[in-house]
Every structure is written in C-alpha cells, then in structure tokens.
Design a protein around this ligand. Structure first.
Ligand SMILES: Nc1ncnc2c1ncn2[C@@H]1O[C@H](COP(=O)(O)OP(=O)(O)OP(=O)(O)O)[C@@H](O)[C@H]1O
Ligand SMILES: [Mg+2]
Length: 240
C-alpha cells in the first residue's frame, strides 16, 4: 500500500491488505473492535501496524499500552518490523502517539477508575487521534473481584471511546491457542463491542499456523472465512 491510499467510504482501513479484504474495505468509523487471541499470536504487532499504516496516510492514532513500557514496546515492534524505518519520524510528526498507562491506578474506587479513563482520553486528544489501540485489557482483570465487575469496567471503557468518536482496537488475551476450543473467559459477553477479530492457531506446537477471522463487525459486511497470516519484517501478511 502506498502513502495516502487509505480511504474507503465511512471506514478505517487497517492498511493490512489481506485484513482489509476480509473486512470488505476496513472497519466502520467509530466501531469499537475487540482483537482477541492467545499469547504470541501478534495482537500487539497487528494493532501497532494498523496505527502505523494509518499514520503514514496522515490519519493520527494513539497507541495506549497497559502491559508494556513504551521503550520496550517500540523496541519489540521495530525489531519484528525491521522495515518500518519511519516509526520515530511519525511519532515526531505527532501522527502517532505511544503511551504506557499503569492500570493499577484504576484499582479501588470509581473515582480512581474515572481518573484513569480521563488519563486515556488526554492521550487520545493530544494529537486528535482518530484511531486508537488499547493493548491489552488482560492486566485489568485482576483488579476486579469477578468477571461481572470486570465486564462492567470494560463496558464503561468502550462506551467512553465510543463517545470520543474514535475507531478503537482493544486487545484481549484468550486461553487456548487452538481454534477448536477458543473462548473468551474473562468477559461475560462481547455485546459491548461492535467488532470481534479472532486470532488463533491451528496445528501442533512447533508446526502451527496463525489464523485470523472476523467473528462479527457491526455496520458492515465481512468475510466469514478464516485466513492464515504470517508476521514478517515488512508487516503482517494475511493471505488472500
Ligand atoms: N523480531 C521478530 N521477528 C520475527 N517474528 C517476531 C519477532 N518478534 C515477534 N515475532 C513474532 O510475533 C509474535 C509475538 O507478537 P505479539 O507480541 O504481537 O503477540 P501478542 O499476541 O501481543 O502476545 P502477548 O499475548 O504476549 O501480548 C511471536 O510469537 C513471533 O511469532
Ligand atoms: Mg501483546
């Protein structure tokens, strides 16, 4: 994809060609999308690439990390995507904001959680981000006494980003790597999300393949086929 090529009526392109094909062009503007997958399936890298591609097309984005320090996140991304040589430049130009946010501050009271959300909003407003990534919800789970409380907090978070008008990708770690018993255990439902993208693997440990599928995407048609993908130095390659 060339610079500036991102744009499909009313949608945010992911900039990942094969993924845009599955999404019939991209994610509808302002949709709140859960990207769920087992450890190591590329949730961090894939969502970072979406912001990177959009930033190159001059659509500002904000990457908010709950589970990694900014420095180590950027080091990991640059090491995996060694062809992305303009990440720092995009950050300098304010097309991309990367921020680490401690989830522990949300612990305890409703006031604390509201202050935490206000902190996130400040990051988003910093460069008028239109596309936002939260990576990941998983470190938030132990701060709540049960799945019900956690689900309620996630609901508030999603509603907040919906009100901000941002198109948001929110990652969550799931338990099984295997597509046959893949499940989201911590949330009581995914009704609060407009979209659900599933990342998992098929095959055995040692010789498995990554698979991506769109489980749901409100306000848009999409492919129901799961496609293999690979993580390369030039980005995520979703096969067509
Ligand atoms: N430098 C690299 N070169 C090649 N592949 C890499 C490199 N770094 C990471 N990967 C691939 O990316 C995967 C990890 O990607 P990523 O960190 O985005 O996954 P994740 O789903 O966010 O994991 P986690 O659940 O730990 O947060 C690894 O399993 C590996 O396959
Ligand atoms: Mg990750």
């Amino acid at each position: 994809m060339e610079d500036g090529e991102i744009s499909s009526e009313g949608k945010v392109s992911t900039g990942i060609l094969g993924l845009d094909s599955l999404l019939f062009g991209g994610v509808p503007l302002r949709n709140q999308v859960l990207v769920a997958g087992s450890p190591g399936t590329g949730k961090t890298l894939m969502t970072f690439e979406i912001l990177y591609r959009n930033a190159k097309a001059r659509i500002p984005g904000a990457y908010i990390s709950f589970d990694e320090h900014k420095r180590s996140l950027l080091d990991n991304v640059k090491s995996a995507f060694s062809n992305f040589d303009d990440v720092d430049e995009l950050i300098e130009k304010n097309m991309l904001v990367v921020s680490e946010q401690k989830v522990l501050t949300s612990y305890g009271s409703r006031e604390n959680f509201e202050a935490f959300v206000a902190g996130l909003n400040k990051v988003v407003k910093q460069n008028s981000a239109q596309v936002v990534v939260l990576d990941s919800l998983s470190p938030m789970r132990p701060l709540f006494v049960n799945d019900r409380e956690f689900t309620r907090a996630v609901n508030l978070l999603v509603e907040n980003f919906r009100n901000l008008g941002a198109t948001t990708f929110i990652t969550l770690e799931t338990e099984s790597r295997n597509i046959n018993n893949w499940s989201i255990t911590d949330l009581l439902g995914t009704y609060m999300f407009d979209g659900l993208i599933r990342l998992n693997t098929v095959g055995r440990e040692g010789s498995f393949q990554f698979l991506i599928g769109i489980v749901k995407m409100r306000r848009s048609n999409h492919s129901n086929v799961s496609m293999p993908y690979e993580i390369t130095s030039k980005g995520i390659n979703v096969f067509k």
